[in-house]
Ligand binder design. Structure first.
Ligand code: GLV
Ligand code: GLV
Length: 394
């Protein structure tokens, strides 16, 4: 984000781009890259980016930034986007909103739909980046990388020992995924192809594409004289937890997945299993996980998200068998820039009256090339069907 001029809106430091633009778009946090600004400016928007050092803006803060007149907003996953803020946006003449995330459990989409406001999100660009953090957590937890790093830095290393930081090998074992959507599939590829793990998965729906992919990969391995990997959809989450040596959660957060992993479910898992969560914190009963980590020293967890972010459950920080990172699954340069592009393209397209893009899982046409030549569509509008928005037909 370069250029712009500094001003103050409702007491907040704000950077303004394209001052003379005809529609006013508020962005609650600075975003990486410049392409997203080009997209909004090309659509004739005046862009106001809040530069407040406050990490999480309250509903009141954002309402003040929206003020009496605002056409669109790009918001964050830490903000409470429900009836009060959508009402404020509507009264200000607002017609467009996009969250800067793929997950939108913080957005009460229904409240926006009631007011006729399209809600954009940013799928596609997070898939491999998020899967990579899950894979990094899985390997770091299984091989005790963070514990060992701490030990090294503390000056405790006195020499090689047969018993120093012995962990578990993932190669050839069983990988389980709960939720076999885009991110789960990408994670499974990394572990199955990289570590020749067998795959078991739970998803509400059978995933024929995923099953064909890994069956064909198994055939390929067999042809090379190697042990073929297998893939199976199991009927229940419980069965995946029982069978897998590594379980990674890739489901969306909703009422059916809240505390999906609780004390009873943890007890089903192998005593030396690895549990990874780069989905949403509330999918795990975190207090139960801490109790399990405390009583099962060989059990390991790799966590990117927390039930009560930004806090961790009491005792988690003391569990050496957990690897914890601060919700950074989407934090690659490629992805964070791509998310900005998609959020801006959502808002710009809605303000210009464009239809919704036909396939939100294929957003490549928005990510590069001249912004003037981008498809005249909003890349991903989650309530497009409920609002009766037209779909883009080239
Ligand atoms: C990140 O957690 C996202 O949902 O984009
Ligand atoms: C370990 O460092 C080995 O050489 O076996």
């Amino acid at each position: 984000m370069t250029g712009g001029t500094e001003t103050t809106v409702a007491g907040f430091p704000v950077r303004v781009f394209n001052e003379g633009g005809s529609s006013r778009v508020v962005v609650t946090k600075p975003l990486p890259g410049d392409r997203w600004l080009d997209i909004l400016q090309h659509a004739g928007c005046r862009v106001e980016v809040c530069e407040s050092p406050k990490t999480i803006l309250s509903v009141g803060d954002i309402a003040a930034l929206i003020g009496p007149q605002c056409d669109g907003v790009i918001g964050q996953l830490t903000e409470d986007w429900s009836a009060p803020l959508f009402g404020t946006l509507k009264r200000a003449g607002g017609r467009a909103f996009s969250t800067y995330a793929v997950g939108y459990n913080n957005v009460k989409v229904h409240d926006a739909t009631n007011l006729g406001i399209p809600v954009g999100n940013t799928p596609g660009v997070l898939t491999d980046t998020t899967a990579e953090i899950a894979a990094a957590l899985a390997l770091a937890a299984a091989r005790r990388v963070v514990e060992a790093d701490k030990f090294m830095r503390a000056g405790n290393y006195e020499g090689w020992l047969p018993t120093l930081f012995v962990g578990s090998l993932l190669q050839g074992k069983t990988c389980g995924i709960v939720g076999a959507g885009r991110i789960g599939f990408s994670f499974a590829k990394m572990l199955v192809e990289g570590h020749k793990m067998d795959l078991v998965y739970y998803d509400l729906f059978p995933q024929p594409k995923l099953e064909q992919y890994f069956s064909a990969y198994g055939e390929f391995l067999k042809a090379q004289g190697e042990r073929p990997v297998t893939v199976r959809r199991l009927e229940t989450v419980e069965a995946v937890l029982r069978e897998a040596d590594l379980v990674s959660l890739h489901c969306a957060l909703d009422a059916s997945t809240h505390h999906l992993i609780d004390a009873a479910h943890l007890r089903l898992m192998k005593p030396d299993a690895v549990l990874v969560n780069a989905a949403r914190g509330e999918v795990i009963d975190e207090a139960a996980l801490v109790a399990h980590l405390e009583t099962h020293p060989d059990f390991r967890a790799g966590l990117d998200v927390y039930e009560h972010e930004p806090r961790m459950a009491a005792g988690l920080a003391e569990c050496d068998n957990a690897v914890v990172v601060p919700h950074i699954a989407s934090a690659s340069l490629y992805t964070r820039g791509g998310m900005a592009t998609l959020a801006a393209a959502n808002v710009a397209a809605v303000l210009r009256g464009f239809p919704a893009w036909r396939d939100p899982s294929d957003v490549a046409p928005f990510l590069e090339g001249d912004v003037a030549a981008m498809p005249p569509a909003a890349p991903s509008i989650v309530n497009a069907a409920d609002l009766g928005l037209a779909l883009y037909a080239p």
